[in-house]
Write a protein that binds this ligand. Structure first.
Ligand code: APR
Length: 263
């Protein structure tokens, strides 16, 4: 099959059918890489693209570890805004459909760049948190770590109860390493996958964006669902479906069920 970029609505049914056929043929060896786009319907803004967080905040100033160390109060201004939104967010259709794919045995794991915990809240069981989690706070001075208390009404910036240093959410900033267990697990999952489903990520940030490349190099196929083309489109991706993830995944799920005789 050639590399194709399909735009809603012209080749809609064919693209969804192709995706469903690849997923069913993979006999459960499907892994999904997700990005901020899957949580936009839950009210959490993406980083890039129109109304992205990085339109308002310079990522080098606000998401870079040395700058956090230099001026944590300033970075916490942005973090508090973001984390209060995350705290109130609930899973949307995309999280739920992916959890259903796993439940039905078609999806092995989700590798997510998101730190919001919404895949797990939707019922997903195997979630590899590539960029950490906002559930915990860590102290950069004494390494203490504990679950994040509610940020609504709490004093900003939050301080370590042991040494009083300013805390950092347990998320990966630019300039920090990907947590080793997550990197190893994601790499192995990507290499073993027959199909990598890439959903709602601009595929600009490495090494996350290399996961589909690993699948491809190991002989697997890559299906991408995103609002706009990414560096994977037409190169690494065998099929790129341009459109909202929620609709795309629900349609693909229905076709998978028909093909497998469940629906
Ligand atoms: N359906 C499908 N795609 C969507 C939707 C939607 N409903 N809404 C937005 N998108 C797409 C956007 O078009 C964009 O290409 O999701 C993508 C989100 O890209 P980014 O904002 O760059 O998010 P992500 O790829 O997860 O960013 C990677 O960058 O700043 C860091 O650590 C941060 O984990 C993050 C990393």
């Amino acid at each position: 099959m050639g590399k194709e970029i399909k735009r809603y609505p012209e080749a809609l049914t064919r693209a969804f059918t192709q995706a469903a056929e690849m997923i069913v043929a993979a006999s459960g060896r499907v892994v999904c890489l997700t990005g901020a786009g899957v949580s936009v319907d839950s009210g959490i803004p993406a980083f890039r693209g129109s109304q992205g967080l990085w339109d308002r905040y310079d990522p080098l100033e606000y998401a870079e570890i040395d700058n956090f160390r230099r001026n944590p109060e300033k970075v916490w201004g942005m973090l508090a805004e973001m984390l209060i939104v995350v705290e109130r967010a609930v899973p949307n259709q995309t999280h739920k459909t992916l959890a259903e794919f796993e439940e039905k045995g078609w999806l092995q794991a989700v590798i997510t760049q998101n730190v919001d915990g919404l895949h797990q809240a939707a019922g997903a069981r195997r979630v590899i948190e590539f960029h950490g989690t906002s559930r915990n706070l860590v102290c950069l001075e004494c390494d203490w770590s504990w679950p994040r208390f509610s940020l609504v009404d709490s004093r900003m910036p939050p301080r370590c109860r042991r040494c009083n240093a300013i805390l950092k959410p347990d998320v990966v900033f630019f300039g920090e390493q990907i947590p080793r267990p997550a990197l190893l697990e994601a790499t192995a999952a990507a290499e073993q996958a027959r199909v990598m489903l890439v959903v709602g990520t601009s595929a600009n940030v490495h090494p996350a964006a290399e996961m589909p490349v690993l699948t491809k190099k190991a002989g697997g196929r890559v299906i991408e669902i995103n609002l706009e083309p990414t560096p994977l489109s037409g190169r690494v991706a065998d099929l790129t479906i341009l459109g909202p993830a929620a609709i795309g995944l629900s349609e693909i799920m229905q076709i998978c069920e028909r093909i497998a005789g469940h629906g």
